[in-house]
Design a protein around this ligand. Sequence first.
Ligand SMILES: [Zn+2]
Ligand SMILES: [Zn+2]
Length: 165
Amino acid sequence: MKIKISSLSEGRHLYDFEMPASEIELPIDFVGNVIVNVKLEKTKDQIFITSNLQCKKEFLCDRCSTNYEDDLKTSYNMFYVYDVAHRTEYDEDVVTVISKDTDIIDLSPDVKEYLLLAVPMKNVCGEDCKGLCPKCGQNLNLTQCDCEIEQIDPRWSELKKIFRN
Ligand SMILES: [Zn+2]
Ligand SMILES: [Zn+2]
């Protein structure tokens, strides 16, 4: 995911990249290709990019412990500045100092980092996932067990707590 900047004219440029997730050393649960759409704006002092990232990832459902695949999407901005003095103008997370001789910028490390950051903490295979039976452990999306479980609507259990106090 390299952009040759040395001979690039000032103004706006668009780039699209697509490559296997494994090629930028993402973990194996990132599957298929990473798609990157880049908007680049070059001025005499800096290069500003907005990258939209998309890839597929395998997740483990928190409720039913089943693997499922879902899209992971995120975006980030980066300022490539030619002069270290400009560095302080931006948040250090979004600025990279380059020199007038820099020939190529490689987006791969940032693409990898931002995709990893985009992985949510909580994962559910679907809003209606029924999860595992707390008694027998069967996946209730696939089967219905005969366990007797007191079904309490979570809203009611909250109310019960209030009444108890
Ligand atoms: Zn699930
Ligand atoms: Zn059960």
